[in-house]
Write a protein that binds this ligand. Structure first.
Ligand SMILES: *Cc1c(COP(=O)(O)O)cnc(C)c1O
Length: 499
């Protein structure tokens, strides 16, 4: 059986079902596979296969304690006609890149790729472990995880889902998507703070024994819908493998030839999934990590120093307005394991670095480990550059990106100028342009309007790009959640939600 261990060490070795249920390890580390598996198939074997058929063997090798029937039930339940494209993840060539469109799910952002399957994995895992408690799913969100988690878990028996988002720091569309969520088990709170505050609050609730006891008394177990949960990360690996198979199948590249990936990055989950795909055997030359003005990762990748002492900016790519990227901890673990050749030694150093981060807001990698980051390239795009890039790709190639994808394309252009690398490149297109209509409209020259929702029709008229179902009538939906709370009241909100 595949074993999962904590990035911060300890003797805990658990199955994938247990790791999915727990979300975060007891010592506050993140679960990683004790060994990353190799691809269980050759690329040729997968030519002509559907997304679901490719995802199955990948999920099966990570989640090997699920039976074939159980996993197929999860995959087929998640990736069905909720998606508005039968490819599920659609690879579209435009300009000099291939856009991997990950936003065809119900909430129009890539978070659906994992959060439409997580509820299936979670409830199946609970059944397998014979747990008949209620699971309370917590999610801190910079805008997109929240809605995708709410949509995924809404009215799922045996679950409550609680979302915390930063007040006044998500797009109007993102906020309305969350505040209009139906379902008797859904809870939505705006917090007076930013995403990092929300994420810190959620992690604190997880490591608070007092709350655990109070919840246990009520027959409730906590878990996480953030990408700290391995059940979210693994389904994301599948689409990078899928993209490579499609490029080879279309003869854009030959099997064995590497591709580059560009990922607009916030919490480091999505780009980490591409790293897992490479570790499984997919040839990747460069991982291009694209940031907005909150460019802590750009600085980290070039210097090996992670330092949160800096100004926090609210940008036009709000889902990436993050300073503390949780999943970087997993990358650190894997890089240290490569450098030291040992899980234990890797975990020991990672624990130390994370303690430094907690206490002093800063850590620095050793030279030996810095070298292991050579395949990562980081750069950033500021607010105006992002809009200019969005406009120019639309005008030149007729392809309409959202602001996050535009950050990625802008950084891709910078990388090409700097590195003269002609490898085929896959850009993770992480959201529909209609999730950020005010910025997109501004970029393509639509005059200013009073109501942000009116931009949706204006963009659709101008570009002919279809509006996703879930956003079309959002304007007229009634608000069902309107609570704004202090960060210090997050705990209380959790207790209230489950009683
Ligand atoms: C969440 C999100 C990101 C960042 O992804 P991470 O996995 O957190 O790095 C980028 N773009 C959009 C649209 C998102 O919703």
């Amino acid at each position: 059986m595949r074993e999962y261990i904590s990035t911060r060490g300890g003797n805990e070795r658990i199955s994938s079902t247990a790791a999915i249920i727990k979300g975060l390890a007891g010592n506050r580390g993140l679960y990683v596979p004790a060994e990353i598996p190799r691809l269980p198939f050759t690329i040729e074997e997968m030519f002509g296969k559907s997304y679901q058929e490719i995802a199955f063997p990948i999920l099966k090798t990570f989640f090997d304690d699920f039976s074939d029937e159980e996993l197929k039930y999860c995959i087929n339940g998640a990736y069905d006609d909720k998606f508005d494209d039968e490819d599920i993840a659609k690879l579209v060539q435009a300009g000099t890149a291939h856009f991997l469109e990950l936003f065809h799910g119900k909430t129009a952002a890539f978070k659906d790729m994992a959060l439409s399957i997580l509820p299936y994995l979670m409830t199946t895992a609970m059944k397998k472990e014979g747990i008949d408690k209620k699971v309370c799913i917590l999610a801190a969100t910079s805008g997109d995880t929240g809605k995708a988690a709410l949509e995924g878990f809404s009215n799922v028996d045996g679950t409550e889902v609680i979302v915390f988002y930063p007040h006044n720091a998500v797009s109007v569309v993102q906020e309305k998507q969350m505040t209009t969520q139906e379902g008797k088990n859904t809870h939505v709170y705006a917090i007076r703070g930013n995403f990092d505050d929300a994420q810190r609050g959620v992690k604190a609730i997880f490591s608070d024994n007092k709350i655990a006891v109070q919840l246990a008394d009520r027959g409730v177990l906590l878990s996480s819908a953030n990408s700290i949960n391995i059940g979210r990360l693994v389904p994301q690996v599948a689409y990078y493998v899928y993209a490579y198979i499609k490029l080879a199948e279309r003869k854009v590249l030959q099997i064995g030839q590497p591709m580059n990936v560009v990922v607009p990055t916030g919490n480091f989950g999505n780009i980490l999934a591409s790293y897992y795909a490479r570790e499984m055997g997919i040839p990747v030359k460069m991982f291009i990590c694209a940031s907005n003005k909150n460019k802590i990762l750009t600085d980290f990748l070039s210097t090996g120093v992670y330092d949160v002492h800096r100004e926090f900016y609210v940008t036009n790519s709000p889902s990436m307005d993050i300073l503390v990227s949780s999943n970087l901890e997993r990358l650190l673990f894997h890089l240290h394991r490569k450098a030291f050749g040992s899980n234990d030694k890797a975990a020991e150093t990672v624990s130390k670095l994370m303690e430094e981060l907690d206490k002093g807001g800063r850590y620095e990698l050793s030279d030996q480990v810095k070298k292991e980051m050579g395949q990562f390239y980081g750069d950033f795009s500021d607010v105006d550059e992002t809009l200019a890039c969005l406009r120019s790709v639309y005008n030149k190639h007729g392809y309409l990106m959202d602001t996050h994808t535009a950050v990625a394309y802008d950084v891709f252009t910078k990388y090409k100028r700097y590195c003269c690398d002609e490898s085929q490149t896959v850009i993770a297109a992480t959201a529909s342009p209609y999730k950020f209509p005010a910025s997109v409209a501004k970029a393509i020259g639509i005059p200013e309007m009073k109501d942000e929702f009116d931009y949706i029709d204006a963009i659709s008229e101008k570009t002919g790009v279809p509006v996703p179902d879930g956003l079309r009538d959002l304007k007229n939906k009634s608000v069902l959640h309107d609570k704004v709370i202090e960060v210090t009241d997050m705990e209380k909100a959790v207790i209230n939600a489950v009683t």
